[in-house]
Design a protein. Structure first.
Length: 488
């Protein structure tokens, strides 16, 4: 229940002090302004102290000549964003978010002045989505700055920002960003409905939010794209997609997301289409190899060695001569060792992590072969699978491939080549069944004709930009044309 402010000035002061009892970082200041009793309340260290001192205190104490509530707002508080509220909870939330609440005796409403001054690390460089070409800036932890980075790239009045709060206790600021007229209204309504239906104590990061609003929580594949690059978000908004900016998180959600977008990099559009197409083919091939190679190796060497060329089969058999474990155990030892090295590299500082990854991989692999624990062919196979997983540009998709790899490996180790193909068919069927906010996850490889097959131009092969005249299927049908000619 949202309690109304008290009619008596002193009651408001007493109640707010009681609520913030024990909060030493909450500051109260009582003073007189034109023969009126006043007090302000704000949270220290997350406000702009100079603005409070000059625009509120100095103005009210020494310059304000008196008047009603409108006069206080228009002449007494010299800050651009000021709003009135008669709800106690609105005042408490504003104070915790870095605003300053101003109370004046004889007036039954509080003035909430925007004085946010959050500490931040500025605009950082992209760490997880690095590129050679294109912008280098990335999102930070301050949601308002992240929104500015998007507006800087889309100077259009149709760019809309809907703000809301999520989390009963955290009251995290969330901004839903879209281009009016290009984004589909039904998708926007679904996003807003899912956000408003969240009933949780806290939303700390965009990763929390993603798990609440994605369609299928049982699937290992991400159905919402996370990115730290403002240029990627801007490009997605032009395509008719919707961005969700979460305060305190350097990653922005992009909705909807199909399989194809996870193999695209921002750099693809900053260089020639021939190079981008070659890299796309490389990424798709690497993703498939990373997911199926260990299972395929076990299925062939254990159940169908006659399918391997004789000379190669003899070399594999000779390499395993002193290995005491079955092939599946041998593969699992190396795969899990690689996973441990990967996790160790992530947790350690970057100068140490690179050394751990290179030196650890070489030493462990060589020592395992010399000790007769694994064969050299398994080391090569696991290393190739691991390298291929690093080629995929999206971290969430890499994690999904790592999970699928063990599923394919398990069925292959039990039923051989039949189990391998069964696992592949099962994964493909699961991908075809998935949807992201109403869009088929395998689009445009499934239902590609829905948009006149134009989305194939930006799939495994990226055609020249001037040939991609239509927006992707995510956009509203009335705004499907994004360019009319190549120009001179």
């Amino acid at each position: 229940m949202n309690l109304h402010l008290f009619e008596i000035f002193e009651d408001n002061l007493e109640y707010i002090k009681k609520v913030f009892s024990g909060c030493d970082d909450v500051v109260f200041k009582e003073f007189n302004a034109a023969n009126n009793q006043c007090f302000i309340v704000y949270t220290d260290n997350i406000v702009d102290g100079a603005a409070i001192e000059e625009m509120i205190l100095t103005n009210l104490m020494f310059r304000f000549q008196g008047g009603n509530g409108d006069a206080v707002e228009k002449k007494g508080i010299a800050i651009g964003e000021v709003k009135e509220s008669d709800k106690m909870q609105d005042v408490l939330d504003a104070v915790l978010l870095g605003d300053t609440a101003v109370f004046v005796s004889g007036y039954a409403k509080a003035f909430i002045a925007s004085t946010k001054g959050w500490p931040s690390r500025g605009v950082p460089k992209a760490d997880t989505e690095m590129t050679v070409y294109g912008p280098k800036d990335a999102f930070g932890e301050v949601g308002s700055i992240n929104t500015v980075l998007i507006r800087r790239r889309i100077r259009d009045t149709s760019l809309k920002v809907k703000r809301m709060k999520c989390g009963r206790r955290s009251k995290t600021d969330i901004a839903v960003v879209y281009i009016d007229g290009i984004a589909r209204k039904n998708v926007l309504d679904e996003v807003l409905e899912k956000l408003e239906s969240i009933d949780a104590d806290m939303i700390i990061d965009s990763g929390y939010l993603q798990q609440f609003i994605e369609g299928s929580s049982k699937s290992p594949f991400p159905q919402i794209q996370l990115t730290e690059r403002p240029d990627k978000v801007a490009a997605s908004l032009y395509e008719g997609r919707i961005a969700v900016v979460v305060d305190n998180s350097p990653f922005v959600l992009i909705i909807p997301a199909v399989l194809n977008v996870f193999f695209q990099a921002a750099e693809d559009y900053y260089q020639r289409w021939e190079i981008s197409s070659f890299l796309r083919l490389l990424r798709y091939s690497a993703g498939i190899i990373a997911a199926v190679l260990p299972g395929f190796y076990v299925a062939l060497t254990v159940f169908q060695p006659n399918m391997i060329p004789t000379s190669l089969a003899l070399k594999i058999a000779a390499g395993r001569g002193n290995v005491p474990f079955p092939t599946i155990i041998e593969v699992l030892i190396m795969e899990l060792s690689f996973e441990l090295l990967r996790e160790a590299g992530v947790r350690l500082p970057s100068p140490v992590s690179s050394a751990i990854g290179i030196v650890g991989g070489i030493i462990i692999g060589q020592a395992a072969v010399e000790a007769g624990i694994v064969g050299p062919s398994v080391v090569i196979m696991v290393a190739l699978s691991g390298i291929c997983s690093f080629v995929v540009p999206n971290t969430a998709m890499v994690s999904s491939i790592r999970v699928i790899k063990y599923f394919v490996l398990a069925l292959s180790s039990v039923m051989g080549i039949f189990g391998f193909w069964m696992a592949v068919v099962f994964v493909l069927a699961h991908l075809c069944r998935l949807k992201s906010f109403g869009f088929p996850y395998m689009y445009p490889f499934c239902s590609g004709s829905e948009n006149g097959s134009s989305d194939f131009k930006d799939s495994i092969i990226r055609l020249p930009i001037f040939m991609m005249k239509k927006r992707p299927i995510f956009a509203d049908a009335t705004e499907e044309i994004r360019m009319k000619g190549r120009g001179r």
